[in-house]
Write a protein that binds this ligand. Structure first.
Ligand SMILES: *Cc1c(COP(=O)(O)O)cnc(C)c1O
Length: 390
């Protein structure tokens, strides 16, 4: 099928939820994607932070295809080895208590919200059910997670929303304090807001937020769906801040390309769920878990050092690029504010020139594969430079 045919069929047969770019991706290797027209593109998107080892990493392909040929699925009524291997790695890396595997970021956040409410209800009664989230946050597309998302743009057309969500101004500790009450059961935050514009929370703010939570037995939930699994140059973004959340959610990059999400429970919450409280038919799928196990096996300290180093290199290059007003983010999660161009137009021009790149609010956003080299990054930056120079 040629690109035109694929695009025509898409308009006919798929729900109209995305305005796609005019490229059909048919292959890829490392940081390069291949279009159905035979063109090659440098990919600064990783499929929105998912392909953390790039396209078709041979070790990853081996792990998932061997598992697919052995057992593709068996439900949570039975044990499987890949699921327990991946869980062991997650717990050894984080020092948390235990983990629940689901299939996406939104689903992980749903489960975290459920666990937080159960924890507080059991200890303090059902009136203690409020979750505080931050303005500009993004937590997913399900009813609970769009309610949790602190952006009005996601709050049209779908009411009534869930009860028990309260929003606090990001970075405003006085506002957070004023929203805390004896009804508060959790604070949920992205330590680096992704969709909201690649904005890391301030160090003092996070310390105070964690202290308020600890003093009041309010659970701190870190939504690391985008920032986790090595993206920021630490295994989890919260490690940059020296705090320990009570629940951590991850998805996107941890699977290396297959759908997987995880709720990681700390000391306080590891025994909150008991059999029957939560579940998922696909959750812990052995093929997805074999992929995650492989991704995690690659993420040693040297790997994270590489992420920090190439991230620093890209930031420095961007800061001296004409048309760039500022650069934000941590590791290979990078936001670029533009002087006078509109981000969506720059993205289109970059794709025409052979570079995939994302937006976040009015910024450009870079989430390249974590294995990208400085030379490959420079190739992409040259394309971006020429798009900004038009
Ligand atoms: C992408 C994202 C989600 C939603 O994840 P899905 O897998 O699309 O459901 C939730 N939180 C954050 C911070 C995200 O970036």
């Amino acid at each position: 099928m040629n690109t035109r045919q694929i695009m025509q069929d898409e308009d006919t047969y798929l729900s109209n939820t995305y305005a796609r770019y005019g490229v059909a991706v048919v292959g890829g290797s490392g940081v390069r994607a291949k279009g159905s027209d035979g063109r090659e593109y440098i990919d600064f998107t990783s499929g929105i932070g998912v392909n953390s080892l790039g396209y078709c990493d041979p070790g990853w392909v081996g792990a998932v295809s061997e598992q697919a040929a052995r057992v593709q699925h068996t439900s949570n009524l039975f044990y499987t080895e890949p699921c327990t291997r991946a869980a062991k790695r997650v717990i050894e890396r984080t020092g948390m208590g235990n983990v629940f595997f689901g299939n996406s970021g939104a689903e992980a956040n749903e489960g975290a919200i459920k666990a937080a409410r159960k924890y507080s209800h059991a200890k303090y009664g059902v009136q203690r059910s409020e979750i505080i989230t931050l303005e500009g946050s993004f937590h997913g597309r399900t009813m609970a997670t769009i309610t949790a998302t602190g952006q009005d743009a996601f709050h049209k057309d779908y009411d009534p929303f869930l009860q028990g969500f309260v929003y606090a101004g990001t970075g405003d500790i006085a506002d957070l304090r004023s929203k805390v009450s004896d009804r508060t059961c959790a604070v949920m935050a992205e330590f680096v807001q992704g969709e909201g514009g690649v904005n890391p929370l301030g160090a003092d703010y996070v310390k105070e937020m964690a202290a308020i939570c600890a003093e009041n037995d309010i659970l701190l939930i870190a939504d690391e769906v985008q920032s986790g699994a090595g993206r920021t140059g630490r295994f989890m973004a919260y490690e940059h801040y020296g705090v320990k959340p009570d629940i951590v959610t991850v998805a996107k990059g941890i699977g290396g390309g297959l759908p997987i999400g995880a709720i990681i429970f700390g000391e306080k919450t590891k025994d909150t769920f008991t059999p029957g409280d939560h579940g998922s038919t696909y959750g812990g799928n052995p093929v997805a878990c074999a992929g995650a196990d492989y991704v995690l096996s690659r993420m040693d300290e040297g790997f994270l050092e590489h992420v920090r180093e190439v991230g620093g290199h890209i930031k420095k290059r961007l800061l001296s690029t004409p048309g760039v007003a500022g650069v934000t983010g941590l590791g290979l999660m990078i936001g670029v504010a533009l002087e006078n161009k509109k981000a969506p137009e720059v993205v289109k021009s970059c794709i025409d020139k052979g570079l995939f790149i994302l937006t976040a609010k009015d910024k450009l956003r870079l989430l390249p594969p974590l294995i990208i080299t400085k030379e490959e990054a420079d190739e992409g930056i040259e394309i971006l430079k020429s798009a900004l120079a038009e």
